[in-house]
Design a protein around this ligand. Structure first.
Ligand SMILES: Nc1ncnc2c1ncn2[C@@H]1O[C@H](COP(=O)(O)OP(=O)(O)OP(=O)(O)O)[C@@H](O)[C@H]1O
Ligand SMILES: [Mg+2]
Length: 381
């Protein structure tokens, strides 16, 4: 049996990547032309996949640009970040591991890196510093890519995923100022910063009182259009010897409001159930399976919110717009206007709801379907 053409749970950058032509061109052009870029979108719409795809394309064509992707999520403090940053910069600076050692020693003056190589140096290269020294001379690491680039006549493109995670570091406010000041001056290094907590990312980059305000171009990633999803789904079936007509395929993005992750997950479930041609029966069964598979997670999500927050969520899902009108507050038992405003903030900060074109909606379309079944007894398809 062929493998599923639909992938979720990991980034897609080549196989199973679709559309995003305009965004790919724009990001590629920004990064190759030295324009620092921030990408903001709600969770799982495809930021990391887009960056990976662009970096993949750049690596294929442009040997002068050295690219790095660092996921900040697993790093817990400034020192860990700097150590990782230095290691990746040194690794990207040359394709020969012998040069990594020379570069590490030549370009770091105040810091002494401890380098070690395993049997297979390309996969087993580690670099560490004395963390006391590191916190005193962090600037040297932040300047490292610029200095190497100047000397070797190359450029660096540095992509930092889950960038908002920096805000959890102890000395974040000082760091934020330091990073911005150093990065802004660099001529040979371009940064791409993106992350999944939309409200935090927006606050870091769109708040005039914060250092990263106007750091570079901000790309607000949109959803992939329905027509593109339909062709993608039909082709995925066809390529693997199965069939689905356009009308049936259209139900997948429609039900999942074009949400990248869920369109792929739903398409995968339908594909899996289909022997030869998908019908609405496979669609219904697959949707039920998808909701069942995710329901423990959704259950947990509602367990941690308070009763008035849950009530506000009901009002959002019922597409109410005037949350502080007396009628709505009474109908859903929302408490006072102060409660509404506080709860709205909490639901936004927890990524449960967001504002899109002046309307509030659930961030997660499948959670919304589950919620409708659970709390309003609605039939969802
Ligand atoms: N261009 C694309 N074509 C097809 N599927 C995509 C595309 N982009 C994303 N996806 C689907 O969406 C899922 C989530 O993508 P990705 O991890 O890139 O999103 P993200 O915005 O970085 O998410 P997070 O906010 O959780 O970091 C992928 O696993 C894949 O199933
Ligand atoms: Mg991501």
């Amino acid at each position: 049996m062929k493998n599923s053409p639909f992938i979720y749970g990991t980034t897609v950058s080549t196989f199973s990547f679709t559309n995003r032509e305009k965004e790919t061109d724009k990001l590629k052009s920004n990064l190759l032309n030295g324009i620092n870029t921030t990408i903001i979108s709600p969770r799982r719409w495809g930021k990391s996949s887009l960056v990976e795809k662009v970096i993949f394309d750049i690596n294929k064509k442009d040997k002068k640009s050295k690219t790095i992707i660092i996921d900040l999520f697993s790093l817990s403090c400034e020192e860990a970040f700097l150590e990782n940053f230095a290691k990746e910069v040194i690794k990207a600076s040359s394709s020969k591991w012998q040069e990594w050692i020379i570069n590490g020693q030549e370009f770091l003056k105040k810091l002494t890196p401890k380098l070690s190589l395993g049997i297979d140096p390309t996969h087993d290269f580690s670099l560490s510093f004395d963390w006391n020294e590191l916190s005193k001379n962090g600037e040297e690491i932040l300047n490292l890519p610029e200095i190497i680039a100047q000397k070797k006549n190359i450029k660096f493109i540095i992509c930092l995923d889950e960038f908002q995670h920096l805000a959890s570091f102890n000395n974040y406010q000082t760091l934020e100022k330091k990073f911005r000041a150093i990065w802004q001056r660099q001529k040979y290094v371009t940064y791409c910063l993106y992350g999944s907590k939309r409200h935090m990312m927006t606050d870091i980059f769109n708040n005039p009182s914060k250092p990263f305000y106007r750091f570079g171009d901000i790309m607000l990633l949109q959803k992939i259009e329905t027509s593109k999803w339909i062709s993608f789904i039909c082709k995925g079936f066809e390529d693997t010897g199965k069939m689905i007509d356009k009308e049936t395929a259209a139900l997948i993005p429609l039900t999942m409001k074009n949400h990248s992750w869920y369109v792929q997950q739903f398409a995968h479930y339908v594909w899996n159930l289909t022997k030869t041609k998908a019908t609405t029966t496979e669609i219904t069964v697959a949707l039920q399976e998808l909701i069942n598979a995710n329901s423990p997670l959704y259950q947990k999500e509602v367990e941690i919110i308070s009763q008035t927050q849950l009530n506000l969520l009901k009002a959002v899902i019922k597409e109410e717009t005037q949350f502080t009108s007396i009628k709505t507050m009474q109908k859903y038992a929302l408490g006072t206007p102060h409660n509404v405003s506080k709860n709205k903030k909490i639901l936004i900060n927890n990524d449960v709801i967001h504002e899109i074109n002046n309307v509030y909606e659930c961030v997660d379309p499948a959670f919304e379907l589950w919620f409708k079944m659970q709390f309003f007894n609605e039939k969802i398809i």
